[in-house]
Design a protein around this ligand. Structure first.
Ligand code: R5P
Length: 282
């Protein structure tokens, strides 16, 4: 078995190979004069693990090309971050179910798929092959533990992130809660934790994705007004679109941390161990 990757997932792919004790095969990436992607990998035979996060449309095309380059091997697709997953249903007439379009296209080139916190687990069925989801809650919990915050409160920004915060806190004895939005007027909305008081507490907001940072910035402002000593933000997928990082820092978020499903300076815990373990169990 060998590991190959798209351009923007090389670090994670190399870590997966290292964890499995197998070869990481380099791939050359370039473009044709008209901008089309070209890549060349190999030599490959037997089984291949293809690692590629969909961080943008170029990454998606590279992943499709790489899967095709591996078509003579039995391929395990590792999709650490699946862009387009948030359009997981038709919200308005005439829209695509983007998650289905992407999953079904990728699934055609693979024998199985492994994803990491895919935003909505029902997307897994669209791959058309055996597809599983890996959780990084233990890695995030261990990272938070290393910060040595006294009696932290782990907070989900919405109800959807409750299972993630509960899994992060498991085994550490930390309290968890989630934010609830209350409409004050036609234009004003406030948020506060559903059950707990944040006064005098270190609060960690945990979400699957930080994209524009808007959710966390808004929550942090309100939590500080309510008396939180410090606010920290952890996520699985650090998209950090546009000036998200500056906005988060400007809002006084003390820690900004993500996994390496998307490579950045904020990637301080790795998905490689859980991905390697899942590959071993396949
Ligand atoms: C939403 O469904 C996700 O779980 C995140 O809460 C969302 O993607 C965060 O986006 P942003 O950082 O742009 O507020």
């Amino acid at each position: 078995m060998r590991v190959v990757s798209t351009r923007n997932s090389q670090i994670l792919a190399a870590r997966v190979a290292e964890n499995l004790g197998i070869e990481f095969v380099p791939t050359a990436y370039s473009r044709f004069p008209d901008g089309e992607h070209y890549l060349r990998t190999g030599p490959l035979d037997g089984e291949t693990v293809v690692v590629g996060s969909i961080t943008d449309s170029d990454a998606l095309v590279q992943l499709l090309l790489l899967l095709d380059a591996c078509e003579e091997t039995e391929t395990t697709l590792v999709l650490p971050y699946m862009g387009y997953a948030r359009q997981d249903r038709r919200f308005r007439e005439g829209e695509p179910v983007s998650a289905r379009a992407i999953a079904s296209s990728l699934g055609m080139g693979a024998a199985r798929a492994i994803t990491v916190h895919i935003h909505e687990p029902s997307i897994l069925r669209h791959f058309g092959v055996d597809a599983t989801e890996v959780s990084l809650a233990p890695e995030i919990g261990n990272f938070l533990s290393s910060l040595r915050l006294e009696d932290p409160l782990i907070l989900a920004p919405d109800e959807g992130a409750v299972p993630l915060v509960q899994a992060i806190a498991r085994g550490h004895g930390w309290e968890t809660d989630h934010l609830v939005k209350t409409r004050l007027s036609g234009t004003e909305v406030t948020m506060s934790p559903k059950r707990l008081d944040v006064t005098g507490r270190h609060v960690v907001i945990a979400d699957d994705i930080i994209s524009t940072g808007g959710t966390i910035v808004q929550a942090a402002g309100i939590l500080k007004e309510q008396g939180a000593i410090s606010v920290h933000a952890v996520c699985v997928h650090g998209v950090f679109a546009g000036n998200a990082y500056s906005l988060l820092k400007g809002a006084g978020i003390r820690t900004i941390a993500s996994s390496d499903t998307i490579e950045s300076a904020c990637a301080v815990y790795s998905a490689s161990g859980m991905i390697a373990r899942t590959i071993r169990e396949c």
